[in-house]
Structures are given as structure tokens and as C-alpha cells.
Design a protein around this ligand. Structure first.
Ligand code: 3HC
Length: 297
């Protein structure tokens, strides 16, 4: 089977990014969410993104931009959104019970051919697939933020996946212009398993006063070639996400190395979530500037 129609579940940052990149590569996409307001917001972000990063930079024409938008539909009706689709990419909140419920429901709506992918960044895909009667057609497709830009997709192989499904989704990732890397279904896969350690140590360095967030970021950008320093990246991803993801990994490994740094918990308790609310390792100003925040002193 060749993927032609894609349904993305969840219109948050990852969902609308995946929907945009799929439409940009010629797929017909339905973006589903339970909240119509979220869908409207997501479409406005996609339109702005296409204008700012592609049309204004003359990477595509305005007509091409309009055609991309036309390939995107939205829906708040799950049955309608998935009923004749080839591939569902789920990007709803990282809650195992919720994901299982949605996968089980879709299983009854979708034709036999439909492949179910989860964009989960930490939860076991084998357990999500267990809610369906199509375990051979379930996979993890883990995209990175911003999904339109980042080249990697981790292709997570749950127990029971067929070779055929794997080949189809690898081919799909390549059609998106991404580089698929296959990985077994272990907590954190490759990237988040490593990033979790980086976030932890960065916070520890700041907490113990070895260096400031700005110094940590400068060191890692100039000394290790990272595009963003670990504190900037933690702000970019969101402290609430870091805590949830870290806890999900720890739940499986029970390894001390995977325990979430207390600084992130305290910041979430204090309402500092990172860039999304302008308060992280840095304070973000409306004019686009940022300054180091006072944390946990
Ligand atoms: N959509 C489309 N294009 C975008 C974009 C977006 N959202 N953001 C930036 N771009 C494009 C710009 O148009 C520009 O294109 P050009 O070079 O052709 O003009 C190019 O990307 C560079 O953009 P900027 O100059 O504005 O900014 P930067 O050079 O700082 O790049 C960045 C921004 C791509 C976000 C870069 O800082 C970066 O790669 N950061 C690291 C991101 C990262 O590590 N992500 C993974 C996080 S972990 C994760 O996602 C796990 C998951 O489980 C949550």
C-alpha cells in the first residue's frame, strides 16, 4: 500500500507541524481535535508559518502555499476523520489511558488497511498497540520540534509490527523529506533517552552554581556545536513536558540517572513552563529579547 491520505490526531505543536509537513509534501491531510477552537488556532499558525518561512522567502509561490492549505481539512468527528484514511498519526496528550481509548475507538472505524502511528515521545508503543486488533499495523513515528524543520523521525518498532508496515512508514518518512531511524520500543527511544540526561545535568550545573544557564548554553553551542544550548532547549520544549516525559521513562527504568531534576518540578510548581508562557531559565520579553531568570535562589 502507498500512503495517500493522512489523518493527524491532536492539533498542538507537534500535531499541526506534522500536518503541515505532510500537506507540503502533497498528502491530503485531515487534522482532528476534540476542540474546534484549537483547530482554528492550529490552521492560523500553519498559514502564518507557510507565509513567513516559505512564501516570503520565495521558497514556494503564493499559489503553492494556497494549494498546501487546500490539502488540509479539519474535523472534530473522529469517525469521520479516520474512516477512509491510509495512515493515522496520533499526537494527542501523553496519557496512556487516553491513547489506548482513542486507538481502540479508531480500530472499529478504520478499514483493515489503515496504519496507526503514535508520535509519543516516551510511552511504550507496544502497550498503545495492545488496545487494537491490528498490532501488525501499529508503529511509533516520533517527530521533532519544529516538525517542519527537523529532519529526523524515529521509527519505533513495537512487538508484533509487520515488515510490510515498517517498509510503508519508512517510505512515507522519506517522502516527507525526513530521515527515518529505526529503534526498538524502549523508554525514550534514542533522542529523548539522551536528552533527558542532558536536561538533568544542565539543571544540576545551574542549581549547584557551577555556571549560569547562559554560560551552559554558550558552552554547549560553541563547544559541542548544538544549535540551542540545553537550557534554551528545555525552555523550547517546556518544563511540564520534561517532567511528564522524564517521569514516564523513570516509571519503566527505575534508574537513578533518569530521575527528573528537582529544578524542573519546582519551576512547574511555580508556574514557569518555559517559552510557552515566557518564563523558563530565561524570561522572554514581548519584543523578542530574553534575559536570565532568577531561579530557586
Ligand atoms: N517552520 C519552518 N521553518 C522554520 C521554522 C518553523 N517553525 N523555524 C525556523 N525555520 C527555518 C527558518 O525559516 C530558517 O530558514 P532559512 O535558513 O532557509 O532562512 C531556518 O529554519 C533557521 O531559522 P532561524 O534563523 O529563524 O533560527 P535558528 O537558526 O535559530 O533555527 C531552529 C531555529 C531550527 C529551531 C534551531 O534553533 C534548532 O534546530 N534548534 C534545536 C531544535 C531541537 O533540538 N529540537 C528537538 C527538540 S526535542 C523534541 O522535539 C522531542 C519531542 O519528543 C518533543
Amino acid at each position: 500500500m502507498k500512503i495517500q491520505k493522512v489523518t493527524v490526531l491532536g492539533s498542538g505543536t507537534m500535531g499541526h507541524g506534522i500536518a503541515q509537513v505532510s500537506a507540503m509534501k502533497g498528502f491530503n491531510v485531515t487534522l482532528y481535535d476534540i476542540d474546534d477552537g484549537m483547530l482554528k488556532k492550529a490552521m492560523a499558525i500553519i498559514e502564518k508559518n507557510i507565509e513567513k518561512h516559505f512564501v516570503a522567502k520565495e521558497k514556494i509561490t503564493r499559489e503553492e502555499g494556497d494549494a498546501i492549505i487546500k490539502r488540509l481539512n479539519t474535523s472534530t468527528d473522529l469517525k469521520e476523520a479516520v474512516k477512509d484514511t491510509d495512515l493515522v498519526i496520533e499526537a494527542i496528550p501523553e496519557n496512556m489511558e487516553l491513547k489506548k481509548k482513542v486507538f481502540a475507538e479508531m480500530d472499529s472505524y478504520c478499514p483493515e488497511k489503515t496504519i496507526f502511528a503514535s508520535n509519543t515521545s516516551v510511552l511504550p508503543v507496544t502497550a498503545i498497540a495492545g488496545a487494537t486488533n491490528r498490532k501488525d499495523k501499529c508503529v511509533g513515528l516520533h517527530f521533532f520540534n519544529p516538525a517542519v524543520v527537523m529532519k529526523l523521525v524515529e521509527v519505533v518498532k513495537p512487538i508484533g509490527i509487520s515488515e510490510e508496515t515498517l517498509n510503508i512508514v519508512v517510505d512515507f518518512c522519506k517522502q516527507l523529506g525526513k530521515v527515518p531511524v529505526k529503534v526498538k520500543d524502549v523508554p525514550g527511544f534514542i533522542v529523548n533517552r539522551l536528552l533527558g540526561l542532558l536536561y538533568h545535568e544542565a539543571a544540576q550545573i545551574v542549581l549547584e552554581g557551577t555556571a549560569t544557564a547562559e554560560e551552559v548554553d554558550t558552552a554547549m553551542k560553541l563547544g559541542a556545536g548544538h544549535p540551542m544550548g540545553p537550557c534554551e532547549l528545555a525552555d523550547f520544549g517546556g518544563f511540564d513536558i520534561i517532567v511528564n516525559a522524564g517521569d514516564a521513562v523513570y516509571q519503566y527504568t527505575h534508574a537513578e540517572k533518569d530521575a527528573v531534576n528537582i529544578l524542573y518540578r519546582k519551576m512547574v510548581e511555580a508556574g514557569r513552563l518555559g517559552r510557552k508562557n515566557g518564563k523558563g531559565f530565561y524570561d522572554y520579553n514581548e519584543d523578542g529579547t530574553k534575559s536570565q531568570a532568577k531561579l530557586f535562589d
